[in-house]
Design a protein around this ligand. Structure first.
Ligand code: HEC
Length: 129
């Protein structure tokens, strides 16, 4: 076996790791886009500034709750001024009926119980910026 110089072996290792890691994320986000289309697109657009029944989800990950100036939120969600849509917050919010996660909300959604669909969806939401 030929011995590679240390720097080169490290580069090969890192490159291999990047190659291995990238398609997984891309695949998750692609699957998440399908989950979005079947579960959320009826009420939500991913285009900036485009509200449907629900507010635009452009840039949702990291956004504070109820902060789009051109969308008329319920008093319930407007009152959640300590909520930030982190991946963890989205996970707990979307895994149960919205009326239970946020009593008084006008989002009529029964929750996504499939853990993989939820992971994929949240990866996808993270790409919307
Ligand atoms: C039947 C329509 C409907 C469906 C389906 C729906 N939503 Fe909503 N969503 C709403 C409405 C209406 C609001 C505004 C809630 C309020 O003001 O109380 C909302 C609010 C939200 C918010 C808060 C946004 C903000 O600006 O604070 C997030 C996040 C969200 N929805 C994510 C989702 C995701 C992800 C899905 C799919 C898994 C989904 N929703 C499915 C109608 C829907």
């Amino acid at each position: 076996m030929t011995k590679l110089p240390l720097g080169l072996s490290a580069a090969v290792l890192v490159f291999g790791w990047v190659l291995a890691a990238l398609p997984v994320h891309a695949a998750e986000a692609a699957a998440g886009s399908d989950v979005f289309k079947s579960e959320c697109a009826e009420c939500h657009s991913i285009r900036e500034g485009r509200n449907k029944k629900g507010p635009s989800l452009f840039g949702i990950v990291g956004r504070k709750a109820a902060t789009l100036p051109d969308y008329s939120y319920s008093d319930a969600l407007r009152g959640r001024n300590d909520w930030v849509w982190t991946p963890e917050k989205l996970r707990s919010y979307l895994s149960q009926p919205a009326r239970q996660a946020d009593p008084g909300t006008k989002m009529k959604y029964d929750g996504l119980t499939d853990a993989k669909d939820l992971d994929d969806l949240i990866s996808y939401l993270g790409t919307l910026h």
